[in-house]
Design a protein around this ligand. Sequence first.
Ligand SMILES: Nc1nc2c(ncn2[C@@H]2O[C@H](COP(=O)(O)OP(=O)(O)O)[C@@H](O)[C@H]2O)c(=O)[nH]1
Ligand SMILES: [Mg+2]
Length: 314
Amino acid sequence: VAVATADLLERARGGDKRALARVLTVVENDEPGAADVVRRTFPQAGRALVVGVTGPPGGGKSTLVSRLVGAYRESGQRVAVVAVDPSSPFTGGAILGDRIRMQSRALDEGVFIRSMASRGHAGGLARTTARVVSVLDALGTGVVLVETVGVGQEEVEVVRVAGTVALVTVPGLGDDIQAIKAGVLEIADILVVNKSDRPGADETARDLAQMLTLGTPRAGWKPPIVRTTAATGDGTGDLVRAVERHQAWAAESGERERRRADAARIEVEALLRDGLVRRLERRIGGDRVRLAVARVAAREVDPYAAVEELLRDA
Ligand SMILES: Nc1nc2c(ncn2[C@@H]2O[C@H](COP(=O)(O)OP(=O)(O)O)[C@@H](O)[C@H]2O)c(=O)[nH]1
Ligand SMILES: [Mg+2]
């Protein structure tokens, strides 16, 4: 396994997209060799620019990401797109649309596109996405764009992998804009009003500015509002520059280190928790744990008491 992994990583690093896809599958599905891949790539990660693009479905995120790919490719760096879509890959029309739209980009040998399945990740989608991004980063991708539908808590978690997060809205969202307010606005570093070719872009930008003043003020960074028309490419340059400014601020203010420290803590604690639970189950037996769960379900014992008892014998 070790030799095969080394060879695969070498080819992926050299730009072989099939090898890269294979490596990512190993990591994504936690196949044998996943730990080996992480171990071998971890030291080289931490260099890529990781931009999260989130927002409601249909807002033009994929179209905008495609524009960003074009812009970032001009610098000659390798660019990857990680599309995290919570809808089923078989029934979700969005993914098919994404694929077609992205196809022309995908022909470019410096562009790699990955659609993440949304379910069945041991340890959660956010953790798996973070690993996939880290491996891409380590294997020579200069820019990683993570597209995710910004609606639920899980999507918020996913986007934490990014150094800069852009929230994409569109004119005329009306009450929907209130839905965005909860949670997602807090993690946005840049607010994008896409489809600015449509009427109402000014009002939406004003509404967003208004919402920003209501939220908890953030030390040192006021999220800029950028207007784009992804359909034509208008405003892409403004967005790229806004990302650049945020990156510069994050590096200088210590925000970047803070985010990295948070991510590291979350990952280490999650692995520690998994490891401890496994060790505990080995020591006292999985049956004891299952029995405790059944007793809690039957309300014979409360969860605190059940855990206390399990830990007493551990
Ligand atoms: N009028 C207009 N339509 C756009 C613009 N950007 C994207 N669209 C369209 O909006 C629809 C949804 O775009 P898509 O990128 O799939 O949105 P996503 O679900 O957020 O990824 C598609 O039909 C796009 O062609 C824009 O700037 N203006
Ligand atoms: Mg999309």
